[in-house]
Ligand binder design. Structure first.
Ligand code: FAQ
Length: 318
């Protein structure tokens, strides 16, 4: 007798093998779903928490042009968070639960947003280095195996390159300005370089999730591969600005065809992701406060949706 039973796992593996997208209604291994929820939600939380260090500078931007650019950028980051929360919800988890996980510390967000933006040059460094690192990672994620995540990445990357350029252009202006402005830019570079390298996560040998994520094509390149790509493309940009990268061990390795670089302070990284970075407490408290204060917006939107649904039902009956 013919066996008509579909082996869902084979279908899933087959699609991954053929580089076809996995879509929300497809069967997927539970661990694939959980890994995606973890990564996409961490990504979404990062976008939204990432609005805080820059938001702090909107009222202090030095010109109307800079203020308009900064406002647009921060608004984009909020939008990225929304696409990503939506992509995550397609995996069968509610927005309320995702926010609960953020507020209780069960879900992480990127380590980088636990550092303070101390002066105006930091806004340039965030755009150039933080968005620059985010793009390297996100360009790779455009080819992730989960359809909704991949499609969100395509749009996000377009906006992210504008973010990176505005940061670079801001720093270029400072570097071509007075001695004091150039020093501000160097100071920002000194503080943001190493935390930017940490954004790519632990070395591959210490990365708990990489093996599964690479196998399932959730991640297309490893943490170390992406970090190296970022360093290789950023060195020339720093040289053009006339800034020194704060790493005495940074040098071109002809044999590898890459830059060698110094040791990352993993103790600092682990400390930050455990909640003990310079701004962890402040970032989370601010999110909780604003989320609670704006509960009325969610209530009003729900009440309006319920009213519309009732009216539509009435129209159907009549
Ligand atoms: N920070 O096994 P792995 C942006 C955790 S978007 C905090 O290697 P994985 C835009 C990791 O979660 C920036 N935690 O993990 C913007 C895991 O802990 P868990 C965000 C980190 O997932 C710009 C543990 O360490 N981008 O910046 C970090 O395979 C400017 C073991 O690590 C994304 O989220 C970290 N840096 O690889 C917005 C991209 N690194 O969950 C505003 C998507 C690792 O077991 C202004 N995510 N951990 O408790 C990814 O590509 C991956 O999740 C990695 C980590 C590469 C971040």
């Amino acid at each position: 007798m013919e066996n008509n039973t579909v082996n869902f796992e084979n279908v899933f593996n087959d699609k991954i093998g053929k580089n076809e997208y996995i879509e929300p209604k497809d069967w997927m291994p539970e661990k694939y779903r959980k890994t995606l929820i973890r990564q996409i939600s961490q990504h979404a939380h990062s976008e939204v928490i990432g609005m805080q260090p820059e938001g702090n500078w909107i009222t202090r931007a030095p010109s109307l042009r800079r203020k308009a650019i900064l406002l647009a950028k921060i608004q984009d980051e909020g939008g990225h968070g929304l696409y990503l929360y939506s992509a995550c919800e397609t995996l069968g988890i509610s927005r309320e639960e995702l926010i609960r996980q953020l507020h209780t510390g069960a879900a992480k967000y990127s380590s980088i947003f636990n550092y303070p933006a101390l002066n105006w040059a930091d806004i340039g460094a965030i755009g150039w280095l933080v968005d620059g690192a985010a793009i390297v990672n996100q360009v790779s994620l455009q080819r992730t195996s989960y359809g909704p995540y991949s499609r969100a990445m395509v749009r996000i990357c377009k906006e992210e390159s504008f973010h990176q350029r505005q940061g670079y252009e801001l720093l270029l202006e400072l570097c071509r300005g007075s001695k004091e402005q150039k020093a501000m830019a160097q100071d920002a570079m000194n503080r943001w370089w190493w935390p930017s390298l940490m954004m790519f996560g632990p070395h591959d040998a210490d990365s708990a999730h990489s093996a599964d994520s690479i196998k399932w094509k959730i991640k297309r390149e490893t943490n170390d591969e992406l970090r190296q790509k970022f360093i290789d493309k950023t060195v020339a940009q720093a040289e053009f600005l006339g800034l020194t990268i704060p790493d005495p061990d940074l040098k071109w390795n002809e044999a590898r065809g890459h830059y060698d670089f110094g040791k990352i302070d993993w103790e600092e990284f682990n400390n930050v992701i455990k909640g003990n970075g310079p701004c962890n407490k402040q970032r989370l408290e601010h999110h909780v406060k604003v989320h609670n204060e704006n509960a009325w917006v969610r209530e009003a939107a729900n009440a309006y949706a319920a009213k519309k649904a009732k009216a539509a039902k009435g129209a159907l009956v009549a």
